[in-house]
Design a protein around this ligand. Structure first.
Ligand code: KG4
Ligand code: ZN
Length: 343
């Protein structure tokens, strides 16, 4: 009983297929990094156009990789929000057409719940029946969201708090732009930070009163000021600039980690949780992963790196849970919702 998942909420056109036991049968992602990199960020109009070009190819490739026939599919799961309106429309309309032509159910998936589902993939299998997982705190850290969510079941999500301004991924991307580096900023800043040697710059931490809330715009401004003070106001050699970039990248990453780790632990303790589930593109960050994993306060669970950034498997997995629960909606009622969030 395979389920096909389609993801087009941002700049990745992706399709994944899982069977009803959760085995991953195919995972195809077409990245648009080359399209958007010259602009230092995503251009929504270009993203929608690229999805239109890629969606057929990506689905065809997933079908051929999985060795299942289109006629074998049991349901189509598709991201209907949050995301860019034009991008979401391409995926949803494609999925509606496919489910109607095959006469199978259509499942609308919240992209953020999809990210969380990736935490339960082990050895290429979506494991959704373990009993020692909940209650858990879910920390979702992506390009558009930074949220702490209480989970009591695989499909039970209660929002505790989120960022008041920038998302963590967005802050990585903006800091990369400030430092004159490329897009997407996350992996680039991570690599520069690895070269830091002195580790003597300290950037502020925004603790806020409530541990479930975040703010990263002040850190972004402080990083920008540090870059002006250490790099742009001086006449440095290329080697000296490289050294400063690595020190500033490291200081930024340290501040992000400090806040995310301490707030997540505090909230997990408050709600008596067994685990912290960390998901979203920023969860691919090696420095974050190793520091969360070595903390002694609470167990941290991360998806494999390839399932942290946007993919179709996480959408198929989240759809599979609704499919098993027979939680279907009328396809006509499934609409895009760019502002969709966790309740
Ligand atoms: O989840 P995702 O693929 O798309 C959204 O739903 O937004 O996340 C993309 C974000 C980007 O901001 C990107 O810079 C960040 O995840 N990211 C990282 C890393 N890889 C991707 N941030 C920090 N370290 C990384 N290694
Ligand atoms: Zn995402």
């Amino acid at each position: 009983m395979p389920i096909l998942g389609i993801e087009t909420s941002c700049d990745e056109t992706a399709c994944g297929i899982v069977d009803s036991d959760g085995h991953i049968l195919a995972n195809v992602v077409a990245s648009q990094i080359e399209t958007h990199a010259p602009y230092g960020g995503i251009i929504p109009e270009l993203a929608s156009r690229a999805h239109i070009v890629n969606i057929h190819k990506v689905v065809d490739q997933a079908i051929s990789e999985s060795n299942v026939k289109l006629s074998d599919l049991e349901a189509i799961a598709v991201t209907n929000g949050p995301g860019l309106a034009g991008s979401l429309l391409v995926g949803l309309n494609f999925a509606k057409g496919l489910s109607a032509s095959l006469g199978i159910p259509l499942l609308g998936v919240n992209h953020l719940e999809g990210h969380v589902s990736a935490c339960f993939i082990e050895d290429e299998k979506f494991n959704f029946s373990k009993n020692d997982i909940f209650p858990s705190i879910s920390l979702i850290i992506s390009g558009g969201h930074t949220e702490l969510v209480l989970m009591k079941e695989y499909d039970s999500f209660a929002m505790l708090g989120q960022t008041r301004d920038d998302a963590v991924g967005e802050a990585f991307d903006k800091v990369s732009r400030i430092l004159g580096l490329g897009y997407p900023g996350g992996p680039i800043i991570e690599n520069w930070a690895k070269r830091s040697m002195k580790k003597n710059y300290k950037l502020p931490r925004s603790w806020l009163k409530d541990d479930s809330e975040f703010s990263f715009s002040g850190l972004k401004t402080a990083t920008k000021n540090l870059a002006y003070e250490k790099i742009y106001r001086n006449n440095l050699s290329q080697d000296q600039i490289a050294l400063e970039i690595s020190e500033i990248s490291n200081a930024f990453q340290e501040s992000v980690l400090d806040v995310l780790l301490n707030k997540s632990i505090s909230i997990a303790k408050k709600y008596d949780c067994k685990n912290i589930l960390v998901s979203g593109g920023v969860a691919a960050n090696g420095y974050l992963r190793s520091n969360f994993e070595k903390n002694n306060d609470i167990n941290a669970i991360f998806p494999e790196r390839k399932y942290c950034t946007d993919n179709g498997i996480m959408i198929a997995c989240r759809g599979l849970i609704d499919f098993m629960n027979k939680s279907f909606s009328n396809p006509e009622s499934i609409k895009i919702n760019p502002q969709l969030n966790i309740k």
